[in-house]
Design a protein around this ligand. Structure first.
Ligand SMILES: C[S@@+](CC[C@H](N)C(=O)[O-])C[C@H]1O[C@@H](n2cnc3c(N)ncnc32)[C@H](O)[C@@H]1O
Length: 208
């Protein structure tokens, strides 16, 4: 039921030409909000230089603008794959469906997700799927929006719940995630005198 509403919401937004377009530049800007030492462009450029071909997955890829930009910039050196509820074009591989239940392809060098994961929820299952789909030494950059004031009320966004906040803040202690090196950046906001967790972005490198 919730998914049907989300599909309807995005179908309507996209038909109006809203909120769909994304690009390597836009994702690089999101990334630079959290990680100052390296840019997303540099990270991908470095991966492409190190390996002859890399596989990249975008979860909730929208119109696949980011993936299509990668293809323009790096050509056959990048294999592009996207997952979204709504159809898109231009990638080497696509999975149309619910990222929570769909089977994700495997052996990725890089998995990204921006502005999407709060709509999906169940962060533990999503991060388990991401870890399982990375190749050894592959990296995932996953951004979760968490809480905002909506109509004067502080609330979790989309499908996010208190349990997700707890899980994301304690992920380093979970046995399954010991086979990854995880850097987590939490962003906090203060409104109406209340400080709250606005988002969590993780860089997860598969080590085991
Ligand atoms: C706000 S858009 C973000 C698109 C893109 N990542 C960006 O930053 O521009 C959220 C996207 O997530 C997709 N989405 C929402 N729930 C999903 C789910 N359960 N499985 C797969 N995709 C989903 C929507 O269809 C939509 O394209």
């Amino acid at each position: 039921m919730v998914r049907k509403k989300i599909i309807q919401k995005y179908k309507e937004l996209y038909e109006e030409g809203k909120d769909r377009e994304n690009s390597l530049g836009q994702y690089s800007d999101f990334f630079s909000n959290f990680f100052e030492n390296i840019s997303l462009r540099e990270l991908i450029g470095w991966m492409v230089k190190e390996k002859s071909k890399i596989k990249v997955l975008d979860v909730g890829c929208g119109d696949a603008g980011f993936l299509n930009d990668l293809k323009k910039q790096f050509g056959e050196k990048v294999f592009t794959s996207g997952i979204d509820l709504i159809d898109f074009t231009g990638t080497d591989e696509k999975i149309i469906g619910d990222a929570l239940n769909a089977e994700w392809p495997k052996e990725f060098d890089l998995i990204v997700s921006f502005r999407t994961l709060h709509e999906i929820g169940n962060s533990e299952k999503i991060l388990t799927k991401a870890l399982d789909s990375l190749k050894k030494n592959g990296m995932a950059v996953l951004s979760f929006r968490m809480q905002e004031f909506v109509n004067g009320q502080l609330d979790f966004l989309g499908e996010m719940k208190q349990g997700d906040a707890r899980f994301l803040q304690q992920i380093g202690e979970r046995a399954y995630f010991k086979k990854a090196q995880i850097e987590s950046v939490e962003s906090f906001k203060k409104e109406k005198g209340i400080k709250f967790l606005n988002g969590v972005t993780l860089i997860m490198e598969k080590t085991g």
